[in-house]
Design a protein around this ligand. Structure first.
Ligand SMILES: [Zn+2]
Length: 388
C-alpha cells in the first residue's frame, strides 16, 4: 500500500462496517491469495479508515471532538479488539509463509498510517481551536494527553552508508577507528607530514586558512601524527572524517568532502602487506571479480608512493564511459609511510615501518551508486536521498 495522503479522493469500496466484518476473516477466507490482491485489500482497509476520519472531522462538534478521537483510537488501535489488531490476527498471522513477508510490509504501513491519522486529528483540532481563540464560540477542550505526531523513519545518508561499509571491512581486519579535529594546526596538517613550505597545496588558493597557523584540515592525515603520538607502535587505524578545500562546487568538487584513510605500523610491514590488504578491501567492497593495479606516484608523506586503480566495476575492464575506455578507475593513493613522518610521530623508523592509504568516501559512493554529481549528496533533496 502506498503512503497516499489521507484525503485522496477515491471511490470507496468498503465501509467501516464491512471492514469490521472482513477483519474477522483470514485473507484466504476472503479469496485473497496473491500480492496484488493483498495490496488491494490493505488499500481498501486504509480507505475505509480515511473515510471514517473525514466523517469525524466534518460531523463532530468541537466540544465532542477530543472524546470522538479517543473513541476512534480505541476502535482502530485498541489492543486485542481494535481493528488493526484484528487485521493482524486474521490477515497477517494467519497468512501462509510465502505471502507473509509481503503482507507484513503492508500491515506495518497500515498500522503506522492509522496511528498517524489519529494523531494528526489531535493536532488539527489544536490548530482549529487556536484559530477560534477570542471568538465567541465555545472553546475546544484540548486533550494534551494524546501522543505527539509521529515522524516517518528516514534512512542513513548514502555517504554514511558507504563510510560504514568501508569501516566494517577494516574493523574485521583488526583496525580501529580514530578521529581528530577538523580545525587543525598548520603543523599537523602540513609540517609534520613532510609537506614543504613551498608545496602548492599550502597555497591559500587550495587551503582554507583560519589564521596563519590554523586551517580547516585538507585531509584526514593529521590524525596519523596525532595517533602515533598518542599510541605509539604497533598501530592499526582507519580515520574517517570531513575535509575542506578551497574548491568551487561542481560535479566532481565540493569544498567539504569525506575521506577515510588507513595506517598500519609494525616492526616488519612491507609494501606486499599494503597490496594484499587493499586488494582484499577492493574485492570485499566491489565484488570478488575486481582486480587492483598499483602505479608509482608521489606524495610527500609516503615513500614509495602509489596510485591504486580497480578494474572498472561497470564494464569489467572492457572499456566504457565511466572508465573512459581504459578498463580501470583510479580510486586511491597509498604508500609506505615516510621515515620523517614516523619520526615526527615519535616512532623510530629504524625499528618500525608502516603503510598508509587514503580515499574519498563521496567518490566511492558515487562509483557504487553510479552518481555523476557530488553536489547531490549535499543538497538535502529528499527525492534524491530517499532512493538509498
Ligand atoms: Zn568501464
Amino acid at each position: 500500500m502506498a503512503m497516499r495522503p489521507p484525503d485522496t479522493e477515491r471511490l470507496s469500496v468498503m465501509t467501516l462496517e464491512e471492514l469490521k466484518r472482513q477483519a474477522e476473516i483470514s485473507l484466504s477466507g476472503l479469496g485473497v491469495d496473491n500480492e496484488a490482491a493483498i495490496e488491494k485489500k490493505f488499500a481498501d482497509a486504509w480507505d475505509a479508515m480515511v473515510q471514517e476520519r473525514r466523517h469525524l472531522i466534518q460531523h463532530s462538534a468541537d466540544i465532542t471532538f477530543s472524546r470522538r478521537v479517543r473513541e476512534f483510537r480505541n476502535l482502530f488501535l485498541a489492543r486485542g479488539h481494535g481493528l488493526v489488531a484484528r487485521i493482524k490476527a486474521n490477515w497477517l498471522d494467519a497468512t501462509p509463509k510465502t505471502l507473509k513477508p509481503f503482507a507484513g510490509r503492508e500491515f506495518n504501513t497500515l498500522r503506522l498510517n492509522a496511528e498517524n491519522l489519529l494523531e494528526e486529528d489531535a493536532i488539527l483540532k489544536i490548530v482549529s481551536s487556536r484559530q477560534s481563540f477570542g471568538k465567541s464560540e465555545p472553546r475546544e477542550e484540548v486533550d494534551l494527553t494524546l501522543p505527539g505526531n509521529r515522524r516517518p523513519l528516514g534512512s542513513l545518508h548514502p555517504v554514511t552508508q558507504m563510510q560504514r561499509e568501508i569501516e566494517e571491512i577494516f574493523l574485521n581486519l583488526g583496525f580501529r577507528i580514530e578521529s581528530g579535529p577538523e580545525i587543525e594546526s598548520v603543523y599537523y596538517n602540513f609540517d609534520a607530514l613532510n609537506i614543504p613550505e613551498s608545496h602548492p597545496s599550502r597555497d591559500d588558493w587550495d587551503t582554507l586558512y583560519i589564521d596563519s597557523k590554523t586551517v580547516l584540515r585538507t585531509h584526514t592525515s593529521p590524525v596519523q601524527i596525532r595517533a602515533m603520538e598518542k599510541y605509539g607502535a604497533p598501530l592499526y587505524i582507519i580515520i574517517p572524517g570531513k575535509c575542506y578545500r578551497h574548491d568551487n562546487p561542481d560535479a566532481s568538487h565540493s569544498p567539504m568532502f569525506h575521506q577515510i584513510e588507513g595506517l598500519a605500523i609494525a616492526s616488519d610491514i612491507t609494501f606486499a602487506d599494503l597490496k594484499g590488504t587493499l586488494d582484499f578491501f577492493a574485492r570485499k567492497l566491489f565484488g570478488e571479480k575486481v582486480r587492483t593495479r598499483f602505479q608509482p606516484s608521489f606524495f610527500p608523506f609516503t615513500e614509495p608512493s602509489g596510485e591504486v586503480s580497480i578494474s572498472c566495476i561497470f564494464c569489467g575492464g572492457e572499456g566504457c564511459r565511466v572508465c573512459k575506455e581504459s578498463g580501470w578507475i583510479e580510486v586511491m593513493g597509498c604508500g609506505m609511510v615516510h621515515p620523517l613522518v614516523l619520526r615526527n610521530g615519535g616512532i623510530d623508523p629504524e625499528k618500525y615501518t608502516g603503510w598508509a592509504f587514503g580515499l574519498g568516501i563521496d567518490r566511492f559512493a558515487m562509483l557504487k551508486y553510479d552518481i555523476n554529481d557530488i553536489q547531490l549528496f549535499f543538497q538535502s533533496d529528499v527525492r534524491f536521498l530517499k532512493q538509498f
